[in-house]
Design a protein around this ligand. Structure first.
Ligand code: PHE
Length: 452
């Protein structure tokens, strides 16, 4: 690995890793996806299983990804090639970083379209269109957007330009300025809005829905959805965190840093739930509405908030930035690889990839209107991409990567990297990954496929 990359590419302060990794983790997954998946899976039981998944699967796999990245300080593809040249692992393992890159790439094709919805809502917020909006008005607004591919294309394109420009810079530089302000601001505004939503909405029902559970609610589908959501929300299984680990300073404890990232990610998701559900219950919006849930509820909240136009503007601006800091991590693996292996300038690499993503994204946005026909298994193109990435690619990559780290990479190599004076969580992490996370992921994924 070139020494210069190390020197150039390390985060300026150990804390920046936490901000950048949280920036990747916190995004549309927390604010758009988490509430509707929670809604579709019955609430409290899902939340309980989700927390367990974060702790017993998400966190150990996240640590594995980051630790491997920091141990080798290179991009994932070169790393595996390098390890195989040194006869540490077989060269067939290179399939793992390739699948990881492909899954990040495919996720971006629809992530960008949904981020485009957020920009569309930013525009509506700033032009005061949420003022005193009714439930019917909010539903019509969202349906109107979905029925308008030209507008969706515009915002999808704007978002992809932002992604290419940001990822085209050195990630360590492009990101640090953004995330330092973003996360505290996002958490602050979510707390304020959740408090408002609780004060006007149905709090009793929300608390009961989100936090009460019974054994029979924990079905197999709930567990499967929770694992998928945990991996997606923590951005693991895509090589994104691996790349960020490669830039991480040695001074930081990996387990502690990753623990903080998981905590922040869960906090934002819970706040999003506390923001959306009081409204959903008081307006009797269908909790199982799916992808539209967040985009229908939010305008109603902003329509009534004092200074709603400004608050909504700030909120959607932050949401777009949160989506951006997640989206760039999806392209980082291939951009870093093209840059380091073939000396292609980062901006050029980002542009090449960005154009392909943009193109596929057009098919995604059309699947909400003109191409709403079902291609296979009763799924349209957007749903198909979502299923392929969250049901197949993410778990498969997470399993393979964990097996690689837990069973094939020499233990001493990881120990040297992870055991420091301040941190001795190594054993705990290593055993959990080996004996809990991997078997759990294998059983759940296989059973999910058989059941599907
Ligand atoms: N974790 C991000 C979110 O919650 C999504 C993401 C997936 C980011 C994969 C990077 C890689 O929105």
């Amino acid at each position: 690995m070139p020494e210069s990359r190390c020197l150039q590419g390390i985060w300026s302060s150990p804390w920046i890793f936490i901000f950048a990794a949280s920036g990747s983790a916190v995004g549309l997954g927390n604010i758009w996806r988490f509430p509707y998946v929670l809604g579709q899976n019955g609430g409290g039981a899902f939340l309980l299983v989700y927390c367990l998944c974060l702790l017993l699967v998400g966190l150990p796999v996240l640590v594995a990804e980051v630790a491997l990245g920091r141990t080798v300080r290179s991009n994932p593809i070169d790393t595996v090639n390098d390890l195989s040249e040194r006869r540490i692992v077989h060269k067939a393992w290179v399939i793992v970083p390739w699948l990881a890159g492909i899954s990040g790439f495919l996720i971006l094709t629809f992530y960008s379209v949904i981020a485009g919805w957020s920009i569309a809502y930013l525009e509506r917020a700033l032009s005061g269109q949420f003022k005193d909006i009714s439930q019917l008005g909010a539903e019509a607004m969202f349906e109107g957007l979905l029925a308008n591919p030209t507008e969706m294309l515009l915002w999808h394109s704007v978002f992809m330009v932002l992604v290419v420009l940001t990822v085209g810079q050195s990630v360590t530089r492009g990101l640090s300025a953004l995330v330092r302000i973003l996360l505290p601001a996002l958490i602050l505004i979510l707390v304020g809005l959740a408090a408002y939503s609780i004060s006007i909405g149905n709090m009793t029902k929300t608390l009961e829905f989100m936090f009460a559970w019974s054994w029979q609610d924990i079905t197999f589908d709930v567990v499967l959805a929770a694992v998928g959501m945990a991996l997606f929300s923590l951005s693991v299984g895509m090589g994104a965190m691996f790349s960020y680990g490669a830039y991480m300073s040695k001074r930081m404890s990996i387990t502690r840093a990753c623990g903080i990232v998981v905590g922040v990610d869960l906090l934002v998701a819970l706040l999003a739930g506390l923001l959306i559900f009081p409204l959903v219950f008081s307006f009797q919006i269908d909790v199982e509405a799916g992808p539209s849930l967040t985009f229908v509820s939010l305008p109603i909240i902003f329509g009534g908030v004092p200074a709603g136009q400004v608050v909504a503007g700030v909120f959607f601006a932050l949401l777009v930035i949160a989506a951006l800091t997640s989206a760039i991590s999806m392209l980082e693996l291939f951009v870093a690889w093209l840059h380091e292996k073939f000396y292609i300038a980062r901006l050029k690499a980002a542009l090449l990839l960005g154009i392909v993503v943009w193109f596929i994204g057009i098919a995604v946005l059309l699947s909400f209107n003109h191409w709403d026909n079902k291609i296979v298994f009763d799924l349209n193109f957007f749903e198909l991409l979502d299923e392929i990435t969250s049901m197949i690619l993410l778990p498969v990559v997470a399993i393979l990567l964990s097996v690689l780290v837990a069973w094939f990479i020499p233990r001493t190599m990881l120990q040297n990297e992870m055991i420091t004076k301040q941190s001795n969580h190594f054993e705990w992490w290593y055993r959990t990954l080996k004996y809990i996370s991997i078997p759990a992921m294998v059983v759940i994924t296989l059973a999910g496929w058989i059941g599907a």
